[in-house]
Design a protein around this ligand. Sequence first.
Ligand code: UD1
Length: 336
Amino acid sequence: MTVLVTGGAGYIGSHTCVELLNQGKKVVVVDNLSNSSEKSLDRVREITGKELDFYQVDLLDKENLTEIFKKHEIESVIHFAGLKAVGESVEKPGLYYHNNVTGSIVLFEVMAEFGVKNIVFSSSATVYGDPASLPITEEFPLSQTNPYGTAKYFIEIILKDLQTADEDLNVAILRYFNPVGAHKSGKIGEDPIGTPNNLMPFISQVAVKKRPEVMVFGDDYDTPDGTGVRDYIHVVDLAKGHIKTLDHLESNPGFVVYNLGKGKGYSVLELIKAFEKASGVEIPYKVVGRRDGDIASSWADPAKAESELGWTAEMGLEEMCEDTWRWQSENPKGFN
Ligand code: UD1
């Protein structure tokens, strides 16, 4: 079985390629490398001892995308490719809609032309906006707070409509909570270009002295210690969730949506403390004002994925921090 992985050179994509290859699947990666390095794929080959095919192609380039579908007998697609900086999406909404939404539409058109009937889409808990209560189930109402999240929402809706029009199409929407951690080998991990937007890569860059201190965005939230609470999930658990989802698509489920989270929330300060313990390095921090658009708390109810996919996030906060630290300390400059 050949799986096309869009955005396969990126953080979650590369970890998912490892799990796919370990499962004996053939993997074809398409990535424009706008926010990733081809070196991640060399590392995937090193970790697994297996080959994969890679094409540096943009999803907006329909002609070259079509060539890939001609060349390989693709059975399923896992679609990660997309821009992902929330702040940038507010400044450049057109770029985000064109790249993420139009790019997805081109991909879905080519899939239809080649009769490819299985797709797993990388969505985000951001589609729940500021939830009215916790934990968040898949039935919660959706809302949008920035163009990045709106693009995720649009793509979900487009896939829903495509599946309604073609009942042979199998669509799985995976709404990720906060992916962190790295592969146990220390060979692949998150490698943000420029200043990290997300908390865990920021902490790990402070730990390797690339940055002086963590800025804690607000300590006046309605949470136990006043800092934001999130559902952190180990990226390898998340990657394994994609394998379980692909297996599930073989039973022709139609349109399905799953939360992939651990179901437990940790605060910013708890994450900093856990990282200090795992790394043995002191992490200086300073409390600053809230970040626009942030919510107090978010964590998943992962029961549906557990019962229907037979998947749970197994690794805890300690392993998430240890594995992030191994990757960051062994690769202080990322892939370069
Ligand atoms: C963010 C995005 C979300 C996206 C997800 C992808 C925003 C508002 N949300 O989620 O749409 O799907 O990343 O991974 O950007 N924090 C600090 N200092 C920092 C960075 C973060 O205190 O330097 C805090 C935040 O206020 C939050 C927590 O850490 O409470 C986690 O933040 P982050 O890692 O950016 O994730 P989200 O905001 O949950």
